[in-house]
Design a binder for this molecule. Structure first.
Ligand code: GDP
Ligand code: MG
Length: 444
């Protein structure tokens, strides 16, 4: 698929944002550089790349996220919006009686797209007809006639006539009554030439088409810009058909050209068959390219873990304030097992004291922590908040509830008291406190 590599790089970049702990100007600048690189590699026009990345950077740095939206989500949203934006508006050809003129250089897929477009309108219940206006290549007549036969659509052409305008006038006369959508195929050239542009102007004046569709293929690269501009200045392009999107071309050249002339991309061709033709919707295209579904679930996970971090931070602050209950210890244990940035603090807390635990069998520690948790689950909230009230009768009840021995409950209480003593010393060490508070601010 065209732009696959581009999509991959951008997906990587968006994941970087989604996973970031902190969305700051450093990250934004890095992201903008990533996007620039991806766009340039996809052969997007340099000027467009600069414009686009500048806009993304400015918005990401200056705009505040709307309420209910995180910074991460907001920045991803901006990247997505701006990419959709350069692809232009989403436009659908009207379902009505009309004349459509196809233009473009040789081999871009004009003739094939005439057939595909006819099938499209046929499916919508309209009666299409095809006119062979390419008088430069002898084979062009047969190619369109064969397509017309295959899709069972009326066809007009004249192999001996060298004047495209005469053929087209005659065709329009014939079809004007019994057809709804008259599609006019035209000549191309190997490259942009003045006589091609003159020919298109003449046809344009004679056929008075409602739509003038430029056909470009995805392999065209940077020549797409001048081509699109020349056709647009001559006859005014109302839409673009991008073909060969099934290939492995970079595609950015053609996309830039569409952005440059400001004409919407209406369809993409995805193969040689008449059915290989899709309506183009910028938002859907970018969503798929960026894997927005993935990004969304990633963001949801990030939000969850952020909530978790906020909880952990609250607990850590409480601990630092000198108050320490069994509830706090319980939280602390959870922090140690499932916490990211607060890990640093956890490591400094007695229960996680790495140098202390290092020599202890980790599995044994895990088992012990698990047992402590089960025991605490059997306690009332009153007991968790005021562990001093836990005397013999309560110990018995708690042990029974947790399915452990009395001595296990006593061990937990001993452990709690030891931890509490250490926490006290800890919270009165001002230097340590300050450094921890700084870390807390930095991490969340
Ligand atoms: P024209 O010279 O602009 O009329 O281009 P044609 O319609 O004759 O197409 C040139 C070649 O490209 C033909 O071999 C087509 O079968 C092929 N082609 C057209 N559109 C597509 C497409 O979307 N995908 C692929 N893979 N080939 C296409
Ligand atoms: Mg052709």
């Amino acid at each position: 698929m065209v732009l696959e590599g581009f999509g991959e790089s951008l997906r990587g970049t968006l994941k970087k944002i989604a996973n970031a702990v902190h969305v700051d100007s450093k990250l934004i600048k890095e992201v903008v550089r990533d996007i620039q690189r991806a766009l340039l590699q996809a052969d997007v026009n340099v000027r467009l790349v600069l414009e686009l990345s500048k806009r993304i950077e400015k918005r990401a740095l200056e705009e505040k996220p709307p309420s209910g939206m995180s910074n991460r989500e907001h920045v991803i949203r901006i990247v997505y919006d701006e990419l959709v934006n350069i692809l232009g508006e989403s436009r659908e050809l009207p379902i009505k009686k009309q004349v459509i003129m196809m233009v473009g250089l040789y081999g871009m897929g004009k003739t094939t797209s005439c057939g595909k477009l006819a099938v499209y309108f046929k499916k919508k219940g309209l009666r299409p007809a095809l006119i062979a206006g390419d008088v430069h290549r002898p084979a062009a007549y047969d190619q369109l006639r064969q397509i017309a036969e295959k899709i069972e659509v009326p066809f007009y052409g004249d192999k001996k006539e060298k004047d495209a305008v005469r053929i087209i006038k005659e065709g329009l006369n014939r079809f004007h009554r019994n057809s709804d959508v008259i599609i006019v195929d035209t000549s191309g050239r190997h490259k942009l030439e003045d006589d091609l542009i003159d020919e298109m102007k003449e046809i344009f004046r004679a056929a008075k088409p409602n739509e003038k569709l430029l056909v470009m293929d995805a392999t065209i690269g940077q020549q797409a810009g001048p081509q699109a501009k020349a056709f647009n200045e001559a006859i005014g392009i109302t839409g673009i058909i991008l073909t060969k999107m099934d290939g492995t071309a970079k595609g950015g050249g053609a996309l830039s050209a569409a952005a440059e002339v400001g004409a919407p991309i209406l369809f993409i061709g995805t193969g040689e068959h008449m059915s290989d033709f899709d309506r183009f919707d910028p938002a859907g295209f970018i969503s798929r390219l960026l894997g927005m579904g993935d990004i969304k679930s990633l963001l949801e996970k990030a939000e969850e873990s952020l909530r978790g971090k906020k909880e952990a931070e609250k607990t850590a602050r409480r601990i630092l304030s000198g108050k320490f209950t069994l509830n706090d210890m319980y939280e602390q244990m959870n922090m140690i097992s499932g916490m990211g940035p607060l890990q640093k603090i956890a490591e400094m807390l007695p229960i996680g004291f790495s140098d202390k635990l290092q020599n202890v069998d980790m599995e044994d520690t895990q088992r012990k922590l698990q047992r402590f948790r089960v025991i605490m689950d059997s306690m009332t909230n009153e007991e968790m908040e005021n562990p001093d009230i836990i005397k013999a009768s309560r110990i018995k009840r708690i042990a029974r509830g947790a399915g452990v021995e009395n001595r296990d409950v006593k061990e937990l209480l001993r452990y709690y008291n030891m931890t509490k003593r250490m926490m006290k010393g800890f919270s009165s060490d001002r230097k340590l406190r300050r450094s921890l508070m700084r870390q807390l601010r930095f991490d969340t």
